[in-house]
Design a protein around this ligand. Structure first.
Ligand code: SF4
Ligand code: SF4
Length: 400
């Protein structure tokens, strides 16, 4: 695509990236075929090609307007379009840049900014988040039905065993996962310990920064990212072999620290190091698949929901199915597995109507073979799919 950037965009630090990405797009529209919002809304402007076109017009000098921002906000950043695109257009980077620049020119309404700030601070608040969830769990019977479904039942925590081993990895606890699904990381620690790998989980409020990024608070996100790197750094200097993340939504952010901090004189090298050490849990576990046995696996039929962050973001599609099948589980069919479930970070809170439609479609797609259990790899998808679903939804590590 030919581009003629407006002078104000040419002066921005993003000018080169914008030109490179726009030039790759040949406007073929293949990406629309796999875009969940285009499928639901049938509007070209709510598909990737249309969003790219609107951003191009803005970069070339058209003033930003609320309607344009609305089309960009409805994007799930699921990146299915990137997997489909034959030209390798880095759509998600363009969207991030587009929203950042547009929001400077066209600040969001005060109420919208307050709502976004409140969501991310609540998620990151630690004790306040845990206290509210525990209250919700204890008095669930008093809550209105809509709210009751969004508070998962309290999970009794498993015993944790973590010995000292020569092989050591860092693990990110995450913001909401320890409260809502503590057994994900405990199961990961227990299995890695059995495989001769010690897990170090530094304490304190460590966040990957994704929630703040999703709610248009890049400065807040950067502070979180730097704090997390600082907390990890002594262990990295001590020689941990990897940074393991059990939630793919957080993992895709951690893997991108090298790019995110590339222009930061103090953190650029550290960001690169963290990105190079990043591993999804499945990558660590599958290297030991011959040591893993689950005695009653053959009795269970499992439908695997591979999060967008895993298949489109990290390029690790089918890896969980392969691992669970190797352990003996019977794997069920999942229709249209490339489509997002609607959770998408904070999307389900910011765009609830679309998120619920996608959730409904995904639960139907996961149910074709009537599985006994649904396994996924991201806390957001796990909670979103568990709402209104009669089949239990777990992190896949709990099955091993
Ligand atoms: S993003 Fe890729 S698939 Fe979509 S219109 Fe551009 S070149 Fe075609
Ligand atoms: S990231 Fe997902 S929702 Fe957004 S344009 Fe691409 S396919 Fe559509």
């Amino acid at each position: 695509m030919q581009t003629r950037l407006a002078p104000r965009i040419k002066q921005s630090r993003h000018a080169e990236a914008i030109e490179t990405i726009l030039r790759k797009c040949v406007h073929c529209g293949f990406c629309n075929a796999t875009c969940p919002t285009y499928q639901l809304l049938g509007d070209e402007l709510d598909g990737p090609r249309g969003r790219i076109y609107q951003m191009k017009q803005y970069f070339e000098g058209e003033p930003a307007n609320a309607e344009m921002l609305g089309h960009l906000d409805r994007c799930l950043t699921c990146r299915a379009c990137e997997t489909t695109c034959p030209s390798g257009v880095h759509y998600s980077q363009l969207l991030e840049i587009g929203k950042e620049l547009i929001e400077v020119e066209l600040p969001r309404a005060r109420l919208d900014r307050l709502r976004r700030a409140a969501i991310v601070r609540f998620i990151n608040s630690g004790w306040l988040f845990t206290a509210c969830i525990r209250l919700g769990q204890a008095f669930a019977w008093m809550l209105p039905a809509a709210l009751r479904h969004s508070v998962p039942a309290r999970q009794p925590a498993l015993a944790r065993s973590n010995g000292s081993h020569a092989r050591k990895v860092l693990m990110l606890a995450g913001c909401v996962q320890p409260t809502l699904a503590p057994n994900t990381n405990i199961s990961a620690v227990n299995l890695l310990n059995q495989l001769g790998i010690e897990v170090i989980e530094p304490t304190g409020k460590l966040c990957c920064g994704a929630a703040a990024m999703h709610t248009s608070e890049p400065d807040y996100a950067l502070r979180q990212v730097k704090h997390t790197i600082d907390s990890w750094w002594p262990y990295i200097e001590d020689g941990v072999e990897a940074i393991v993340v059990t939630a793919t939504g957080c993992g895709v952010s951690v893997r991108d620290y090298g790019n995110l901090l590339a222009d930061d004189p103090e953190y650029a090298q550290k960001g690169k190091t963290v990105s190079s050490l990043y591993r999804d849990l499945v990558e660590v576990v599958e290297a030991h698949s011959d040591q893993i046995e689950v005695s009653d696996a053959a009795d269970k039929r499992v439908a695997v929901h591979t999060p967008c962050t895993m298949q489109h973001g990290l390029g690790l599609g089918n890896r969980v199915e392969r691992l669970l099948a190797g352990a003996g589980y019977r794997i069920c069919r999942v229709e249209e597995a490339h489509l997002c479930c609607g959770s998408a970070g904070t999307y389900s809170m910011l765009q609830p109507a679309l998120a619920m439609q996608l959730q409904h479609n995904k639960i139907r797609a996961l149910s074709v073979d009537q599985p006994d259990i649904v396994a996924t790899a991201n806390i957001g998808c796990q909670l979103h799919l568990a709402q209104g679903n009669s089949t239990a939804v777990v992190h896949w590590i709990e099955l091993l």
